[in-house]
Design a protein around this ligand. Sequence first.
Ligand SMILES: *Cc1c(COP(=O)(O)O)cnc(C)c1O
Length: 407
Amino acid sequence: MSEEKSDKPPAGHRGMATRAVHTGERKPRQEFIPIATPIYSSASFVYEKLETIDEIFGGARSGFTYARHDNPTTTALEEAVAELEQADFALASASGMASLHLSLLAAEAGPGQRVLAARDIYGVTYKLLLEVFARQGVEVHFANFQDAAERQRELAEFRPNVVLLESISNPLLRVPDLPAIARETQEAGARLIVDNTFATPVLLRPTEFGADFVVHSATKYFGGHGDLIGGLTAAREEFRAVIKGYSKLIGPVIGPFEAWLVLRGLKTLPLRIERHCANASRVAEWLGGHPRIARVHFPGRPDHPDHEIAARLFPPGMFGGLVAFEIRDATRDDVFRFVNALKVCVKATSLGDVQSLVLYPVISSHRDMAPALRKRLGITDGLLRLSVGIEDAEDIIADLGQALQKQ
Ligand SMILES: *Cc1c(COP(=O)(O)O)cnc(C)c1O
């Protein structure tokens, strides 16, 4: 007698579909603690009693309910970044641009308000200010922050309520006098946003000088391995509710996988930065002695215009992992030949990865800039930016050397 086939579960059991959906889930496994925070890929979080969720939504207690508000993996990352940046809290988001956007909103860059930004900020930040904020009625001015008189005049006459700058600029690696700028901004009653992506908290913690918001593209040194897009804002307690509120409403949250990768990257950040800095110093010194190189831009060199500021602000012997240099009398064709001949250094738009990455500003970050302005800023056709990786310095130098012979 053959057994009759049936979709019906045995008595007392739930159906196949119900079991597929629920079995194994939502069991508190509290007898151990994972050594590394897991990836909480969960949209919502449940509790034994509805009363608990009611208390969380009502603000009577903290807890996780919905991942656009909070996610345990992201919270672990935020706690780590707040600690490194010596800030009261940090908020992660889906990209550096989202973190800048949220910070500007939280700093009250709204209609009728005024933002003063450094002239040499990241190109996309420049566009964010002009194409999103200025269009919504924010007045935006740019100034050369390396010129104290120009900066102070703008602060006095334009009377911004938000000041925005980068702690190391791109691509000429200028280092603003952050303690002086923070003091002047405070005296002017404005809020200060510092994009600390290039310096990282290993070199500089802007909150120590009174910055209100510290922003990072976690895509760069925080992640460090070129495998994610993410951003962070670290700030003072008074801005927690307002920036969190904007994040919940707009929803540019980082995914738990990316948050986990950044958290993992942070564990080796000081080690990597130490190596990036040491390698960059060696590469800059070698480039400085090469007959085909007209100029090296590196804050660690005594001929850099901000060498004294960098030496005062950064830990001894550390000047960042970026080096810019100009190939002597190079045309675009020469630069293309040089870059195409590189074998260790990778042609990529990013920075801060373990690999050495080379960028040609004239065709990428500064492509849309008027040639006359580019020239005035010193971004010539022969200028390249190298994000020095953590490879063996001799191999990076040998790679640059063989490529320079080819053009
Ligand atoms: C890359 C970068 C950004 C933007 O970050 P994304 O993660 O690409 O959105 C902002 N500021 C600086 C200085 C950057 O290098």
